[in-house]
Design a protein around this ligand. Structure first.
Ligand SMILES: *Cc1c(COP(=O)(O)O)cnc(C)c1O
Length: 360
């Protein structure tokens, strides 16, 4: 029997549904499932059936929204960056997308749209201190007033975004919370919180929480894993041992000879490299083989990485290797590689074969 390369990503829909329920228990208000970037790399088309528990869905681009509408004909779909031109606004009306309005040019697009009955729901984005998208704190009331004059707008809601939801006690977050509370005085529906804010207990009752990373069973908070919040990982990435070598003390491994064997040792070659989405790096991370941690050694190459098999008794060619998943959370890999879990899950490439599984 010859091995197959077998580099794969398993997507567990039961875990996704579990996480949606977990957020509904944590947050007292409607839940917007954030599924931009192909559902954070999990594959939008694969997971839509499991999203029905969300009250609305949000994406970044009009293309993502159009794709999502084909799967889900009758749920609220929110465009987080709004529309960029008249044609996109017409599409938003036709396909019943909600739009964020965050800059004056988008307000002008709205005002120039001639209709006699209201046709669209709008979320006015206000910059409460993150300084990315949104009308300035000092002049959002004029924008709100103009939106309320527009004949095309059905409902208007208010939106803001935390810059440091992982730092609930810092000055910036305190100021943002204070401003959020002032925004609520308008008596309109509001949306302020992302995953980090909900997990840190910052979400307001009845607000529309916008949860992305957490739905996929991943925590954005430093030093915590999703299991600390009763969330379960939706993506499990695994590969196989495609070669095993018994190396001698002093022999180098891989490009640039960045690892020198400190003693005689078994080394495994795993079919997972940066072209599959494992970040190019110099051996600071681990994989899991049969519940044993195995250190990545030397440089990650395009199609492969090397691991220290010393802790694995009688390793076999073709053995499965967990890159991240139930045994090693993607949060841990992100910490080891000095990156964030968002980039890891979004970075899995088309070369990896995806499988939908009902239960992990
Ligand atoms: C991506 C995004 C979110 C979701 O953030 P998570 O940290 O993944 O929960 C929420 N709001 C906006 C505006 C976003 O762009």
């Amino acid at each position: 029997m010859y091995p197959e390369r077998g580099t794969r990503a398993d997507i567990c829909l039961a875990h996704l549904q579990h996480n949606i329920e977990a957020f509904k228990n944590k947050h007292n208000g409607p839940l917007i499932g954030v599924v931009k970037a192909d559902a954070y790399g999990h594959g939008l088309a694969r997971i839509t059936d499991a999203l029905l528990g969300c009250d609305a869905l949000a994406v970044a681009t009009i293309e993502e929204a159009i794709q999502l509408r084909t799967f889900i004909p009758d749920k609220r779909i929110l465009l987080l960056e709004g529309v960029f031109n008249r044609a996109e606004l017409e599409l938003a009306v036709e396909k019943n997308f909600d739009v964020v309005i965050h800059q004056a040019y988008q307000l002008e697009l709205l005002m120039a749209f001639e209709v006699i009955t209201p046709v669209i729901d709008v979320w006015l984005k206000i910059d409460t201190g993150m300084h990315r998208l949104g009308f300035d704190w000092s002049d959002y009331p004029q924008a709100l007033h103009r939106i309320q004059q527009s004949k095309m707008v059905r409902d208007v809601r208010l939106m803001a975004h935390f810059a440091q939801s992982d730092q609930p006690d810092c000055d910036q977050t305190r100021q943002q919370i204070e401003r959020n509370q002032m925004l609520q005085a308008h008596g309109l529906e509001v949306s302020f919180s992302n995953t980090g804010a909900v997990l840190n207990g910052l979400s307001q009752d009845r607000e529309w929480a916008r949860v992305g990373l957490g739905l996929y069973g991943i925590s954005p908070l430093a030093e915590s894993d999703a299991s600390d919040f009763n969330l379960k990982p939706v993506m499990r990435v695994s590969a196989k041992l495609i070669a095993i070598k018994n190396l001698k003390q002093g022999q180098p491994v891989g490009y640039g000879a960045r690892f020198i064997c400190p003693g005689d040792m078994p080394v495994g070659v795993v079919g997972m490299g940066y072209a599959d989405g494992y970040p190019w790096s110099d051996g600071h991370s681990h994989v899991v083989i049969r519940d044993r941690q195995a250190a990545v050694i030397g440089r990650v190459s395009m199609d492969m990485l090397a691991v220290d098999l010393s802790a694995v008794s009688a390793p076999q060619i073709g053995e499965p290797v967990e890159i991240w998943g139930n045994r090693q959370p993607v949060e841990q890999v992100a910490r080891d590689l000095h990156t964030i879990p968002y980039t890891l899950v979004c970075g899995i490439t088309g070369r990896v074969k995806f499988h939908v599984i009902e239960q992990a």
